[in-house]
Design a protein around this ligand. Structure first.
Ligand code: GLU
Length: 292
C-alpha cells in the first residue's frame, strides 16, 4: 500500500440515529475521496453522544454500509461515548478562562438563535437545575474562514449566535464542543461534510481558538434534498442503502458531486471507487446555491 501523506487527515463522523442513506453516503464519499486523492488518512468517528436520538444497532449498520460501498477507513474508530473525560477537560479549561456560565432558560424564554435571553449570566448563584453550560461570545466576535467549496465565509458570531451551549441540561456534551475537541484530538486537517453544518463551523472554530487548538480546513458539500425539497435525513425516514445496489448508489452519489462518471466497464465497487479517487476534484462540486 502507498505511504499515506502525513499532512492530510480527514474524517466522516456520523451520528448513529439510523442507517446510512443517500445523503450521508454523499458526505462520506466526498470526505473519503478527498482524503484518498491526496494520499491522506481517512478516519471514521461515531458521534454517539446523544443516546435519546440514537437507534440501537445503527452504528453497526452504518459501518457495514460504508464497507459495502468500498469506503474503508484507517486507524481504529473513535466512539464519542468514550470521550467524556476529554470533554470535561475542555470544559474545565473554558471555565478557567472565565468563559462559561450556567443557563436555565427554557425553550419559551430563549432569545434569538437559541441564545440565552441575557438574564442568566448576571444571576449565576440563583440559576437552578436543570441548567446548561454556555460559552460566552463577546459582541465583537467575528469568524472568517475560506471554505473549500463555499468560498469566503464570514460570521458575525457575537451578534448572531451570541453564547451557545457546550454542555446540555441533561449533562451531555453539546455537539459543537465534542466535534471541536475530537477534530483536534484526531489531528484532523480537512473536514469535508454537508452544508447543513456550515453554520456550526464558526462555533467550532471559536471553541478551538479558545482551547488553543489548530483548526482544520473546511469544505461543505451541498445537501442532497428529497423529492419534498427537505434534507434527506434519518428523521424524515430516508431509505437505507441496499448493499446489492452499492455500485448504482456510488454512481448516483458521484453524479450529485458533479464528478466524472466511471466508465461502464467499471463494474465492481472497487473499480468505481478507484476511478473516483483518481478523478476526484473538489473544484467540480457545486456550491450549495448552484445545485439543481
Ligand atoms: N455527527 C454529525 C452528523 O451526523 C456530523 C458531525 C460532523 O461532521 O462534524 O450530522
Amino acid at each position: 500500500m502507498a505511504e499515506l501523506a502525513p499532512t492530510y487527515r480527514g474524517r466522516f463522523a456520523p451520528s448513529p440515529t439510523g442507517p446510512l442513506h443517500m445523503g450521508s453516503l454523499v458526505a462520506a464519499l466526498a470526505s473519503f475521496l478527498d482524503a484518498r486523492h491526496h494520499q491522506g488518512t481517512w478516519l471514521v468517528r461515531i458521534d454517539d453522544i446523544d443516546p435519546p436520538r440514537e437507534q440501537a444497532g445503527a452504528a453497526r449498520l452504518i459501518l457495514d454500509s460504508l464497507q459495502q460501498h468500498g469506503l474503508y477507513w484507517n486507524e481504529t474508530i473513535l466512539w464519542q461515548s468514550t470521550r467524556t473525560a476529554a470533554y470535561q477537560q475542555a470544559l474545565t479549561k473554558l471555565e478557567a478562562a472565565g468563559l462559561l456560565f450556567h443557563c436555565d432558560c427554557t425553550r419559551a424564554t430563549l432569545g434569538a438563535n437559541g441564545s440565552c435571553n441575557g438574564r442568566c449570566e448576571p444571576r449565576q448563584s440563583s440559576v437552578s437545575a436543570p441548567r446548561a453550560l454556555r460559552v460566552m461570545v463577546p459582541p465583537d466576535t467575528r469568524i472568517k474562514f475560506i471554505d473549500g467549496i463555499q468560498g469566503s465565509c464570514k460570521y458575525d458570531l457575537g451578534n448572531t449566535i451570541h453564547d451557545f451551549v457546550v454542555q446540555r441540561k441533561d449533562k451531555l456534551p453539546a455537539y459543537q464542543l465534542a466535534a471541536a475537541v475530537d477534530d483536534t484530538h484526531q489531528k484532523i486537517t480537512h473536514v469535508v461534510r454537508g452544508a447543513d453544518l456550515l453554520d456550526s463551523t464558526p462555533r467550532q472554530l471559536y471553541l478551538m481558538d479558545k482551547l488553543g487548538s489548530t483548526s482544520p480546513h473546511y469544505a461543505h458539500i451541498p445537501v442532497l434534498l428529497g423529492n419534498d425539497g427537505q434534507k434527506l435525513s434519518k428523521q424524515n425516514h430516508a431509505p437505507a442503502l441496499a448493499a446489492d445496489k452499492a455500485s448504482v448508489n456510488l454512481r448516483e452519489a458521484l453524479g450529485f458531486l458533479n464528478q466524472p462518471s466511471p466508465p461502464q466497464a467499471a463494474k465492481t465497487v472497487t473499480a468505481i471507487v478507484d476511478f473516483a479517487i483518481r478523478h476526484w476534484s473538489i473544484d467540480r462540486v457545486l456550491m450549495a446555491d448552484d445545485t439543481p
